[in-house]
Design a protein around this ligand. Structure first.
Ligand SMILES: [Zn+2]
Ligand SMILES: [Zn+2]
Length: 345
């Protein structure tokens, strides 16, 4: 069931009237899925700050690759079932072998994905029970356990959900921190051994321009009080990593990986250590640290500054099956060097 349509391909008839679509993004051209977000997992993700990634074990996730929608519902503490998110998938990739939250990862379009405000959400149970999707367990959530948590939706069901979502209040977007600057801070840019706590003004200018919002975030990030309550858990996590400095787990694993590759970029094999006796390649988190990623070796790779910059600029999904990045313009770049990433099960 692999749809390979590019977003907005051709002049296909879109049968859904615009006023029925939340913001006019979900389209019956693409596959729609219904997903039951286990309440515990929802609460964990909500507390931590949504990362705009969704991992799950069902291969049906692949049907939203390149433009489908995942409608996610969950159960509130008071027992009411509510719509939690309209998740516009850009790409679906495979996670490394043994990944704890499932084999497949959907990468959301961060501009168009909506997370709904559960506190004001209407009861969605009668709606879900009325869909063609099988859901006859006494407690609705029981119909959506294990790989049954994700189900394909027919066009009529997708339209019904779109109509249901019209005008639902949404949560404020999660702030994303400039990950490449964070990573530089975690590692310290001076590889001669001095821990660098502050990114220089010149480097911030270079990366983010003089007066951009990103620049402000870079400057303010050492001060968690400046971030809203929604991001508390995430910023605390990021700060914990920062504090590690010279002794941090990231620094230890990053140093080890640079040795493994003799300082070369895993994508293009650029070898500054060998050619210039300089250490300039970066260690990158596949799932960004600022979006919940960890310092496990399987989440890290060595990239030259150019590849690192484009991977971040593009928010390029990385697939552990093909060991390749896919970029928004359709380019795909596989790793030329890999001695530590595990591939898929
Ligand atoms: Zn490179
Ligand atoms: Zn990175």
């Amino acid at each position: 069931m692999g749809l390979t349509l590019a977003p907005h391909a051709g002049n296909r008839c879109v049968c859904l009237p615009n006023h029925l679509i939340g913001r006019g993004y979900t389209s019956p051209e693409f596959m729609n899925l219904l997903y039951y977000w286990q309440p515990d997992n929802y609460r964990r993700d909500r507390r931590y700050g949504f990362g705009y990634h969704l991992s799950q074990n069902s291969a049906i996730m692949n049907s939203v690759d390149n433009g489908g929608t995942i409608w996610a519902f969950t159960r509130r503490g008071d027992g009411r079932y509510v719509l939690a998110a309209e998740f516009l998938a850009r790409r679906v990739t495979r996670n490394p072998a043994g990944y704890k939250y499932g084999k497949y990862r959907a990468w959301a379009d961060t501009d168009r994905t909506r997370y709904f405000d559960l506190s004001e959400a209407p009861d969605i149970e009668p709606m879900v029970r009325g869909l063609a999707v099988r859901s006859n367990a006494t407690h609705l959530g029981q119909s959506f356990q294990g790989t049954s948590a994700v189900r394909p939706l027919g066009v009529a069901d997708a339209q019904a959900l779109s109509a249901f979502a019209v005008g639902l209040p949404t949560l404020a977007r999660v702030g994303f921190y400039p990950e490449d600057v964070l990573e530089a801070r975690f590692l310290g840019e001076d590889v001669a051994g001095r821990v660098v706590r502050d990114v220089s003004e010149t480097r911030i200018d270079y990366l983010y321009g003089r007066d951009t919002a990103d620049r402000r975030v870079v400057r303010e990030i050492p001060n968690p009080e400046l971030f809203g309550t929604n991001d508390d858990m995430r910023i605390r996590y990021v700060m914990e990593q920062l504090k590690g400095g010279r002794d941090s787990e990231f620094r230890r694993v990053a140093t080890e990986l640079r040795e493994t590759y003799a300082g070369r970029c895993q994508v293009c094999e650029f070898d500054p250590r060998i050619r210039y006796a300089q250490e300039i390649c970066h260690v990158h988190h596949v799932v960004w640290l600022s979006r919940g990623g960890d310092n496990d070796r399987t989440n890290l790779m060595v990239l030259c500054p150019n590849h690192h910059a484009i991977v971040h600029r593009d928010d390029a999904p990385f697939d552990y099956g093909s060991l390749a990045f896919s970029f928004a313009n359709g380019s795909v770049e596989a790793l030329r060097l890999n001695l530590h990433l595990p591939g898929i099960a």
